[in-house]
Design a protein around this ligand. Sequence first.
Ligand code: AVI
Length: 323
Amino acid sequence: MLTYQTLPVRHVSEFAAAVRDGLLKPGQRELPSKYLYDEVGSALFETICLLPEYGLTRADARLLQEHATEIVDRLPLPIHVAELGSGSGKKTRWILEALSRRQKTYYFPIEISPSALAACEKELGQIDLVSIVGYEQPYLEGLRAVAQGRDDHNHLLVLFLGSTIGNFDRAAGEEFLSELREILQTGDALLLGTDLEKSVEMQLRAYDDAAGVTAAFNRNLLARINRELGADFDLGGFEHEARWNAEERRIEMHLRSMKRQSVQIRASNVRVMLNEGETIWTESSHKYRPAEVVEMAERTGFRCEGQWIDAQWPFAQNLLITG
Ligand code: AVI
């Protein structure tokens, strides 16, 4: 049996390489946020969405529930729906039900997690006049496959909900929208959810809740590295920290080392020495201004056809149409 030590360098996985590069980065150490979502991390995120302090998911769902008919009225029909990162699919029900009152609809959830795809099919499989075909692929690869398979007279509505775009750096988010636009045809649509700026206190509470679920979500990244890469992180030696970066207008999640400690990550073939007080940056959540989303849409080949903002929790659904 191969042990971590005997794995040849060429077999070091993408995960192990990303962990090594991030932890050895000069200046601020970091770990890519996409690795927060293993099975445990995804379950913890689902719980975060239920927390009283984290109003984002409820605002996203409320807007869809309240405005689905109005959103659908502004779409060119017939139209099929593709969703990037469908998760369990709960919020999508409102849009699919509104569409199914007007036409037969194909729904293509694009999701790398097979269990999330299965949950989504279970949740939405019963809606009349909606057929579901799941794509177990990364976002843009899946969208390309959907776009290739469609016939010319059907438009495409892409759903990118939950402010997932906020987890990209601003420039990378814009680049992502440009790439997405390239896959679409004129008249196709993107419904983009964006969390908006609000009081710093409210934002910090949303990412550092009283029950400690977000802290567990953050620390699970170290637990995952222990499990999958044979590392020896002492989880009790790290504190969760949520910070507001005012210049970049984003919440950052960090893990602060509470002592000077050394950690070995066997699959990454690395040992790192962390100083007391030093942090590992694990996620950014950028917050937007309504006008900024309209401008970003215009720079990436869309026009903003409608913007709906929640009254309780500043969050916007933006309906963008390709020009
Ligand atoms: C998935 N994403 C939009 C969440 C956010 O708010 O940035 C992830 C999250 N991280 C901590 N809490 C929630």
